[in-house]
Design a protein around this ligand. Structure first.
Ligand code: TRP
Length: 330
């Protein structure tokens, strides 16, 4: 059997360049080699947006368009809407028996997010348990490989633990997945902080040329550099991080770095070049997006086909899971 990939994103906003270098790029490249499932994790998105379901509804098709526009090919990859796969919810319930409150409490990603979202005083159980449902996402599809950003490593680790426990108790049934982390999985936002839609510092895959221009012009550079002929710092400089990640002309980037360190090139010049680089990168993505967006009927069909295929695959796993757990009475 061909090895499988499963990854996903919460549809809480447009996907951005951080998503691209962190994991979308890997997915597009690997989809030919691996059987690929991409989950639009609307159920998970609701765990911290249950008061604002319209936001998730608004972003479902947008995220589907993001996937298709970067080159996820629906002829070879399967896009799955999480809420439409009841097998995932079922498996979540079974896996809950194998997880402990203590281990969830010490999960570094959950800990960070609880703080970030102000859930310290009153923590919704659904949110607290989302690592278990994420483990169900991965294992229902028997994924071998999970391309994600580094922030997701604790999720994969807890999934691996759950799989080992399940297989030890009930016999070899589930697959222990591996994380695939990419080189640029920590692309900063335009202000140098972590790129995140909640911080409003993203460059989105769906941004127009003028939005990209505006955002790059606002990008942080070297805060200590005041005049153009001051020697500048390249390390940690947001504009250079982006050149490294997106400029295909590595020689040019090295030259820019040298000139910048010597105080011989201005912020504006390297930003102007970055605007061109990013727009050249985004142009084919924008074109493909416009094509799909002009035929939303076809996008709907892609999603419905994905759901059907998803249920088929997860259905097989759940049958095996129930047999292993001895809940196969009839
Ligand atoms: N937690 C992931 C995120 O916030 C999204 C996600 C949901 C996911 N289910 C998944 C990622 C399964 C990988 C595998 O980005």
């Amino acid at each position: 059997m061909r090895k499988r990939i499963l990854t996903g994103d919460r549809p809480t906003g447009p996907l951005h360049l951080g998503h691209y270098v962190g994991s979308l790029k890997n997915r597009v490249e690997l989809q030919k080699e691996y059987e690929t499932f991409i989950l639009i994790a609307d159920v998970q998105a609701l765990t911290d947006n249950f008061e604002n379901p319209q936001k998730i509804n608004d972003n479902l098709y947008e995220v589907a368009l993001d996937y298709l526009s970067v080159g996820i090919d629906p002829a070879i990859s399967t896009i799955v809407v999480q809420s439409m796969i009841p097998e995932i919810a079922e498996l979540t319930i079974f896996l809950m028996n194998l997880e402990t409150v203590g281990r969830l409490e010490t999960n570094p990603t959950v800990k960070d997010e609880i703080k970030q979202k102000g859930f310290e005083k009153s923590l919704p159980v659904g949110f607290f348990c989302y690592p278990i449902s994420q483990a169900a996402d991965i294992t229902a599809f028997k994924a071998d490989l999970v391309p994600v950003g580094v922030d997701q490593l604790p999720m994969i680790e807890s999934t691996r633990e759950l799989v080992r426990k399940f297989n030890r108790l009930y016999g070899n049934t589930l697959i222990e997945p591996k994380a695939l982390i990419s080189e640029f999985s920590k692309l900063p936002g335009i202000d140098g902080a972590k790129m995140s839609k909640s911080l409003g510092n993203t460059i989105n895959l769906s941004d127009s040329e003028s939005e990209v221009k505006k955002k790059v012009m606002k990008m942080y550079t070297d805060p200590k550099r005041i005049h153009k002929d001051d020697p500048g710092q390249v390390e940690g400089n947001v504009v250079f991080v982006y050149h490294d990640a997106f400029n295909p002309n590595k020689k040019e980037v090295e030259e820019f770095k040298k000139l910048y360190r010597e105080g011989k090139i201005g912020d504006v010049e390297i930003k102007e070049r970055l605007i061109v680089v990013l727009n050249e990168f985004l142009d084919p993505i924008r074109k493909r997006r416009a094509e799909y967006a002009s035929n939303m009927g076809a996008v709907k069909k892609i999603l419905l086909d994905g759901i059907a295929r998803g249920r088929e695959v997860a259905g097989v796993t759940l049958k095996e899971v129930k047999q292993a757990m001895k809940i196969n009475y009839f």
